[in-house]
Write a protein that binds this ligand. Structure first.
Ligand code: SF4
Length: 491
């Protein structure tokens, strides 16, 4: 029996044939989508709806409530009725069903608009538009241009959303035409594959790029705990080693590794640590008091929620600060968490400028992130830019001694992320078991918080967010103490 395809299935099959086979015949093997992931996906759906305003007044061919043949018939009817814009226009050819996000008539021919929530054209998008062109041409539609409408990350919101500025329109007509022979042969290949047993596809970069495969858990279950994929740093093709039988760190040829990778493997094998107290001491000499440990949590939205913000801008909505005015003095905690629905930045900036002493050393963990947010706050709120840029100048980075391996323990598994460094050096404290345990979950919690109407549930989310962000700066305080111990104890 010939297997039906759609543009989504075609794109999935082009990325990985096994993924398409599993999707068709064993969908129950998919990874579970958590409430947090769902909250992150949620805002993306608004993009497609907004894009309809690029060509207002069109007719919608809904997916819900209509069978495929009814959707196709409704599209034909709309075209015959002289409609110039059809949203979700539906066609079938060669057993492939596609829905075109926007089909717009221009100078007597139809232009295809595929809408994406990304900020650039990705290679998967090219397959996406190519299969649409294949089906529509096959179905006898006269096509003019093939466009991809994606978000414009230079767009700055100022009042109501300016649709024509929010989207960038890329002309993919030539590319889609060039791919027509490829579509035809790929469709035949995918059909042949679907008529057989599950194809043998090795795990590879396609499992996570350009996005994570939803069968990751299934295909990667055989990968051992201390696999070659834990090896950090460049210059190693982990998949090549893995498929040549060198699956664990123990299997790797040490002479092929760089210094840092070698240290990772040697420390792992000996369950050991590497401490360079001289370098730690030198690093610590560059810090001063008052000393502020600072951590932000941010959210992103494809369509900017507030003025003076852009698509996918990292918007800080929370901070945690631990302040120590003098060496060995008491450490105090301060925090801010926005209420949902307001632009959090003015209050957050006021809090930062109030809490951070003017001359303080501002310690962050992986400063690129916090510095980036501070610079954006300075750009978007020019009245405070001098003070905010002053903080930027005083930012120092606690990740350095761990990233540069002045201090390394085998439990870090090659990572200098605070999530790995903390339990390695302060085992009594860990993120494990926390309802919010990483930045992605915090971001999702912000979106959940905005959608939550129940006061009790809202208070629970806020409590979890505050606990998570506080642990980030608490962890920094304890790691700095550990570094001080290592510097003093061994010099
Ligand atoms: S996890 Fe990788 S190999 Fe498995 S189906 Fe997905 S992309 Fe293919």
């Amino acid at each position: 029996m010939r297997q039906g395809l759609s543009k989504g299935l075609y794109v999935r099959g082009k990325k990985c044939q096994k993924s398409l086979w599993l999707h068709k015949f064993q969908p129950e093997r998919k990874d579970k989508v958590s409430e947090q992931q769902q909250a992150v996906f949620g805002p993306g759906t608004a993009v497609g709806e907004l894009a309809c305003d690029l060509f207002p007044g069109g007719v919608m061919v809904p997916y819900e409530g209509l069978r495929v043949q009814e959707q196709i018939a409704m599209t034909q009817q709309a075209m015959q009725d002289g409609q110039e814009t059809i949203y979700e226009a539906s066609f079938e050819y060669d057993g492939i069903f596609v829905k075109v996000d926007i089909l717009h008539k221009h100078e007597g021919v139809w232009d295809i608009y595929e809408v994406k929530g990304s900020t650039s054209v990705k290679s998967v998008h090219k397959d996406d538009v190519a299969v649409q062109l294949y089906v529509l041409c096959g179905a006898g539609v006269k096509i003019g241009k093939v466009y991809l409408a994606h978000l414009n990350n230079k767009y700055v919101r100022n009042g109501a959303i300016a649709i024509d500025q929010l989207f960038s329109i890329a002309d993919l007509s030539d590319l889609a035409k060039e791919k027509q022979d490829e579509v035809s042969s790929s469709v035949a290949e995918l059909r042949k594959m679907l008529a057989s047993d599950m194809p043998e596809v090795k795990i590879g970069p396609q499992c996570s790029k350009p996005y994570a495969c939803d069968f990751h858990g299934h295909c990667w279950q055989q990968v051992p705990e201390n696999s070659v994929f834990k090896l950090n740093g460049r210059g190693i093709d982990a998949f090549d080693y893995y498929h040549r039988g060198m699956q664990r760190l123990d299997d790797l040829p040490l002479n092929k590794l760089n210094r840092s990778q070698r240290m990772q493997v040697e420390c792992y094998l000996a369950k050991d640590e590497h401490i360079d107290s001289k370098k730690i001491t030198k690093y610590l000499e560059e810090l001063w008091y008052p000393l502020v440990h600072l951590d932000f949590e941010t959210f992103m939205a494809p369509v900017p929620l507030f003025d003076k913000s852009r698509p996918y801008q990292q918007m800080p909505f929370q901070y945690s600060i631990h302040i120590q005015l003098e060496r060995d003095g008491p450490i105090e905690h301060r925090e801010y968490l926005a209420v949902p629905g307001i632009d959090p930045r003015p209050e957050l900036i006021a809090g930062l400028l109030r809490e951070i002493p003017e001359e303080a050393c501002v310690l962050t963990y992986n400063m690129t992130f916090e510095k980036g947010r501070l610079k954006e706050l300075a750009r978007d709120f020019p009245a405070e830019s001098e003070a905010l840029n002053g903080i930027v100048q005083r930012v120092r980075d606690l990740i350095i001694p761990f990233r540069k391996r002045f201090a390394y323990r085998w439990q870090q598994e090659g990572s200098s992320s605070i999530k790995k460094v903390l339990p390695a050096f302060v085992p009594e404290l860990s993120y494990q078991g926390m309802p919010i345990a990483n930045g992605g979950m915090a971001m999702a919690a912000y979106h959940l918080m905005c959608a939550e109407g129940d006061a009790e549930r809202l208070s629970e989310i806020r409590k979890n967010l505050l606990a998570y962000c506080k642990l980030d700066t608490e962890a920094m305080v304890l790691l700095l103490e550990k570094l001080n111990d290592m510097a003093v104890a061994r010099t």
